[in-house]
Write a protein that binds this ligand. Structure first.
Ligand code: SAM
Ligand code: SF4
Length: 344
């Protein structure tokens, strides 16, 4: 680290973790993320080039960020993503560069990503049924995702993580079968509660399957479950079955982890959001393109982080009439509010 770390935020949380959304475009249309027919996209010229993302990542790493996750939109749609991975993997202080993908383009890219220095990989997988995959994502791509997972394992991404967003009445009858699939291939499954983030315009609280319910259902089908005791800022709480199989649950909707949240998000055009639910962000992309020096970028980041009060998911727990974060017309006016723009 070439400068002191960014000061902690108002709740004493350090800045450690940066998620970079490398594109707002996606090749799926998941019902919980992109359910609409039309979207407003970030203008192409505003998307930061790899050298620009690398420059910002270096400033963040100099301020204490030690983990970067690439996300989107669908990150593998960004041409030559492995080139960005190798740039980021060479940044002093960054301990790991990881990626979350829907897996559709993974079979073609797994090897180059591994060679470029990608440490870990998370693949989103909500169903094992082709017809349901089509219904849930509006694309008939389950075979490509499964072969992407196979390829990723073959080139040495282990243990792979699989993320399943659980929606009542849509895929909650696969809670058990996805765990069995993950166990069978040596991957760790993480259940994600359906969140009322920007973009989730069809969100209802009735469709949320809570952590508690997921655990109850798994106890019935898979026997006793114990909590894995670990202290970290990871969003997933981990559990172990009697046979040693571990899995995680990210219960951001019913039991948020805001208290230890050390992450911030950078959109593909360089807007820096301090919370998944934040309505405004710091425009680091514009600052950089207007000629800001390293020192000026550092100051923007330190000032932003030290003023951070966000505990978005906890605040939403207090809302009596809970509904999706933003209505469609607001999302059209400002695509930065979308989950697929700011990165999940
Ligand atoms: N396209 C990639 C993918 O799907 O893995 C990366 C971006 S996606 C926005 C990142 C994660 O956000 C995925 O695991 C996805 O399932 C999750 N996600 C999107 N909308 C969500 C919602 N409303 N509630 C919970 N998780 C959501
Ligand atoms: Fe699905 Fe990820 Fe695309 Fe959202 S960004 S529609 S979660 S694949």
């Amino acid at each position: 680290m070439d400068s002191p770390p960014a000061p902690p935020d108002r709740w004493g949380r350090p800045l450690k973790n940066l998620r970079i959304s490398v594109t707002d475009r996606c090749n799926l249309r998941c019902a919980y993320c992109m359910p609409e027919e039309e979207y407003a996209w970030l203008p192409k010229p505003s998307l930061l080039r790899f050298e620009e993302l690398d420059r910002l990542a270096r400033v963040f790493a100099g301020l204490g960020v030690d983990r970067v996750r690439l996300t989107g939109g669908e990150p593998l749609l960004r041409r030559d993503l492995h080139v960005l991975v190798s740039l980021l993997a060479g940044i002093p202080g960054l301990e790991e560069v990881t990626l979350t993908t829907n897996g559709v383009l993974l079979a073609e890219q797994a090897e180059s990503l591994k060679h470029a220095g990608l440490k870990r990989l998370t693949v989103s997988l909500d169903t094992l049924r082709p017809e349901r995959f089509l219904e849930l994502s509006r694309r008939d791509d389950l075979p490509r995702v499964l072969s992407g997972i196979d390829r990723a394992r073959a080139v040495g991404f282990a243990p792979l993580k699989l993320d399943m967003v659980v929606l009542r009445g849509t895929n909650d009858d696969e809670i058990q079968s996805l765990l069995d699939y993950a166990r069978g291939i040596g991957a760790e499954l993480r259940y994600i509660e359906y969140m009322d983030v920007g973009g989730a315009t069809k969100w209802t609280k009735e469709a949320v399957v809570s952590r508690q319910e997921i655990l109850e259902r798994l106890r019935k089908s898979h026997g006793p479950i114990e909590a894995v005791d670990e202290k970290n800022s990871a969003p997933a709480d981990r559990y172990r079955l009697g046979d040693g199989t571990t899995f995680g649950i990210i219960s951001s909707t019913t039991q948020p982890f805001c208290g230890t949240c050390d992450r911030a998000r950078l959109t593909a055009d360089g807007r820096w959001f301090l919370c998944l639910y934040a309505r405004t962000g710091v425009d680091l992309g514009r600052a950089m393109r207007s000629g800001a020096s390293e020192e000026e970028l550092r100051t923007l980041i330190c000032d932003g982080w030290s003023a951070r009060e966000d505990r978005g998911a906890m605040t939403r727990l207090l809302e009596l009439e809970r509904a999706a974060l933003a209505p469609v017309d607001e999302l059209r006016r400002d695509p930065h509010l979308e989950m697929h723009t700011r990165g999940g």
